[in-house]
Design a protein around this ligand. Structure first.
Ligand code: SF4
Length: 297
């Protein structure tokens, strides 16, 4: 019952507060796919400035296919993530060569595209092809975590099947496209990572965080472990929309173990908390050559 209340309240809120973005005004799957790739780990306000220029320059996948890599890189350099240009180029090549220039309609085919994982494939299926698919990113996890006190024990909750199953259950039978957009806007504007606006929140009457003061960020991840099997859209914990602040790590001691090319950090619950800051750089996959973590130990 509370699930229905949640969906209805979010949709009602969205009806008055929806954000207008170019990628929400189009039905063209190519343009929607492009927007999702640009939005990956990037603030929507930044993407908003680049997206119209990108679409003007590369209005179809064939334009992108024929583009020089430098042209793409130059156009999107202001929104960061230098690898994104290469990703766009390779995706265009795949779509032209393997899918006859059409954006794939099946999840399996979408996920075969270079750098496309669960989130982007579901977003394209939902927003472009109107399929009833859930979306789960760091912001969505935060909202569900606070509202319903659901928490993933995985180090990367976005890859937790349980979290995706929960998100699927939350999807209304109708207007699931609006619901997914609503969830993103709600997470960005009301249930913000820092200083959520609980006073004016439309779901405060059912929110566990508000009712019980549960400080649950929906994730307990500290650092990377091995991926749990399903392909993700890149690897890190910065959501679309607003950048999410690093999860507040619990005060606890951490034990550092080094092996030839990787660093693992694991929580060690014994021993007293210590106060100092450690910054660690990890070299990871081709998608994210560098990640920086600030860890309180
Ligand atoms: S009441 Fe506060 S914590 Fe709960 S969903 Fe609303 S903004 Fe988020």
């Amino acid at each position: 019952m509370e699930f229905n209340n949640f969906a209805n309240s979010i949709l009602k809120w969205y009806a008055c507060h929806k954000k207008k973005f170019g990628w929400r005004e189009t039905k063209d799957p190519y343009k929607i796919l492009i927007s999702e790739i640009l939005l990956h780990k990037t603030d929507s306000q930044k993407v908003e400035k680049v997206y119209p220029k990108f679409i003007e320059k590369f209005p179809t996948v064939y334009y992108l296919y024929q583009a020089e890599s430098e042209e793409i890189d130059n156009l999107i350099k202001d929104i960061g993530l230098f690898y994104r240009g290469q990703r766009l180029k390779r995706i265009a090549e795949q779509i032209v060569n393997e899918f006859n220039g059409n954006i794939p309609v099946s999840k399996e085919d979408l996920m075969s595209l270079y750098g496309v994982g669960e989130y982007i494939s579901n977003a394209v299926l939902c927003f472009a092809f109107k399929k009833r698919m859930p979306i789960v990113d760091t912001n969505v996890i935060r909202v569900y975590g606070r509202a319903f006190n659901v928490k993933s024990l995985k180090s990367r909750p976005r890859t937790d099947k349980g979290m995706w199953d929960f998100a699927e259950k939350m999807l209304p039978k109708r207007n699931y496209v609006g619901y997914n957009y609503a969830l993103l806007d709600f997470a960005s504007d009301i249930c913000r990572a820092k200083n959520p606006l609980c006073e004016i929140c439309p779901i405060k009457s059912i929110c566990v965080y508000q009712k019980e003061g549960v400080k649950n960020e929906g994730r307990t991840a500290v650092l990377h472990e091995s991926p749990v099997g399903n392909k993700t859209d890149g690897v890190d914990d910065v959501a679309r929309g607003k950048k999410v602040a690093p999860s507040p790590l619990k005060m606890q001691s951490l034990r550092v173990i080094t092996v030839p090319s990787l660093i693992f950090i694991r929580p060690d619950f014994s021993g007293p908390p210590r106060r100092s800051f450690v910054q660690i750089c990890l070299w990871q996959t081709p998608y994210t050559p560098k990640s920086l973590y600030k860890i309180t130990v």
